[in-house]
Design a protein around this ligand. Structure first.
Ligand SMILES: C[S@@+](CC[C@H](N)C(=O)[O-])C[C@H]1O[C@@H](n2cnc3c(N)ncnc32)[C@H](O)[C@@H]1O
Length: 195
């Protein structure tokens, strides 16, 4: 049984966003590399994971035997990928650590035409709707935590600073046509295909 936390819970949902004919993928804020390894199992091509935390990258490298996965220890916002572009870019619980609009702009330039972005993100709870969903989510969360066992990856965490409405507004400016969906367990799913 896979470990349970709010990010792990949605791994399969993210994996279902992999575009057909995907040659390479980038996971931003890859942490211990767990999701990069799942991606590599499903791709014929290469996977790159980038994280600014040296302990996480060291762990990712130690725990990964797969030669098609490459880990970079760097700040995503500052790192230069030269001319490299990707068919699939993912970010789980990491974009709220960065300036959101600038991160979306950088991702746009790193995606190949037809490439797909899939973000599992956090938002700040501000509305009655947020509270109502949390009330429903709480017992579901307790059930999963008790039956599967709660597990933290140990990666650096930070509270979200943008509400879902603010995220939606920024996304509609930078990624026209993107889909933003609230998920039950304190996450949203953002998907976008570059024209
Ligand atoms: C909450 S953790 C999520 C880790 C992993 N994606 C997961 O699902 O387990 C957020 C990660 O983003 C990384 N991070 C934060 N800011 C970053 C940046 N500017 N560039 C690269 N990684 C960053 C942190 O070091 C941390 O590992």
């Amino acid at each position: 049984m896979p470990r349970y936390n709010h990010n792990e819970h949605y791994r399969n949902l993210l994996l279902r966003q992999i575009p057909s004919h995907c040659q390479n993928a980038l996971d931003i804020g890859c942490g211990d590399g767990g999701f990069a390894r799942l991606l590599a199992d499903r791709l014929d091509g290469t996977v790159t994971g980038i994280d600014s935390d040296c302990a996480m990258i060291e762990r990712a490298r130690t725990e990964t035997g797969n030669q098609s996965i490459h880990f970079i220890e760097a700040d995503f916002m500052r790192y230069s990928f030269d001319e490299e572009q990707f068919d699939f870019i993912t970010a789980t619980a990491s974009l709220h650590h960065m300036p959101f609009a600038q991160a979306l702009e950088k991702i746009t330039s790193l995606l190949r035409p037809g490439g797909v972005l899939a973000v599992l993100g956090l938002f700040r709870e501000v509305s009655l709707a947020d509270t109502a969903v949390s009330v429903v989510a709480a017992p579901v969360n307790t059930f999963y935590a008790l039956t599967r066992g709660w597990s933290s990856s140990g990666a650096p965490v930070k509270p979200a600073n943008m509400s879902l409405r603010e995220i939606h507004k920024t996304v509609s400016i930078h990624l026209p046509g993107a889909r933003l969906r609230r998920l039950l367990l304190w996450r949203y799913l953002l998907t976008w295909q570059k024209p």
